[in-house]
Design a protein around this ligand. Structure first.
Ligand SMILES: Nc1ncnc2c1ncn2[C@@H]1O[C@H](COP(=O)(O)OP(=O)(O)OP(=O)(O)O)[C@@H](O)[C@H]1O
Ligand SMILES: [Mg+2]
Length: 253
């Protein structure tokens, strides 16, 4: 491992991905099944209407946390900008494996079906593009399939307006969901105001993710923040993962 600050706890063999629904995706995967391999894969959907609300950053960090928890994890990038895919391509081979698909949102159903059928997964994490209102049919069916919808938002007023509005759409589909406050500035008054506002409209993840340079930087090295020794922000995502894992009934408890 070139990066001295990186903690890698396990090594997995990398295998080639089989042919599947889209030609534009790539994949690698650990071969050893986990204890939970026989269970149905849980689907975690990262979704909010506003661009830049940290969907992708949250998706990749939760995928890393899941992989370190020994789960078989896949990510699906539905954004043509391919930010998650670009990160995944940089992921070191010696890091715990994450299977990855990149497909247009219109093909998300097929990609999900294939991921579920082919890979004996524990969890599938789906990153959605901004402008979800442009894909109402695909988004509705994704929400319906989701075991949990996590809706990240910053603490800024327009972002809160947007995610609260979006949460109404999510709730109409009757799936469990929660807001996640991200890129937070805890010292600002708007932080507690945002918490108080969001909690009126739905569940709120009890852990927030602070606005931290180290988190931003992991886009360039294919790592999750929990893999960077001593980095601030590890606790933030460990907390978010603990919450999400419990909501998905993937935890120890
Ligand atoms: N906790 C954080 N601290 C600092 N920067 C962050 C944090 N989380 C995300 N960012 C940065 O904020 C920007 C937006 O994050 P991200 O790309 O994850 O949002 P997104 O919702 O996926 O955006 P889009 O809607 O465009 O896909 C990126 O530059 C990212 O590096
Ligand atoms: Mg994104």
């Amino acid at each position: 491992m070139k990066d001295a600050g990186v903690v890698i706890t396990k090594r997995h063999d990398v295998i080639e991905m089989t042919e599947a629904a889209s030609s534009s995706r790539a994949a690698k995967m650990a071969q050893e099944p986990t204890a939970q391999a026989a269970k149905r894969a849980k689907l975690l959907l990262l979704s909010s209407a506003k661009g830049g609300s940290t969907k992708t950053t949250t998706a990749r960090n939760l995928a890393v946390a899941a992989a370190h928890a020994g789960l078989r994890v896949a990510t699906i990038d539905l954004d043509l900008q391919a930010t998650l895919t670009n990160w995944w391509q940089k992921r070191p081979d010696e890091a715990p494996a994450i299977l990855h698909y990149q497909v247009p949102i219109q093909e998300s159903e097929a990609a999900l079906d294939e991921a579920v059928a082919a890979n004996n997964l524990d969890i599938i994490i789906v990153d959605t593009p901004p402008g979800v209102e442009n894909h109402p049919v695909a988004m509705r069916s994704l929400i319906r399939r989701a075991d949990f919808v996590l809706m990240p938002t910053t603490q800024g007023g327009p972002d809160l307006d947007s995610v609260i509005e979006w949460s109404r759409t999510v709730k109409r589909e009757g799936r469990p969901s929660a807001f996640l406050l991200s890129r937070t500035k805890r010292a600002a008054k708007s932080f507690s105001e945002a918490k108080q506002r969001l909690i009126k409209y739905g569940s709120l993840c009890p852990f927030d993710v602070r606005d931290l340079e180290d988190i931003q930087r992991t886009h360039y090295n294919g790592l999750g923040i929990i893999e960077v020794r001593g980095a601030p922000g590890r606790d933030d995502f460990e907390g978010v993962w603990a919450y999400v894992a419990r909501e998905l009934e993937l935890g120890d408890g």
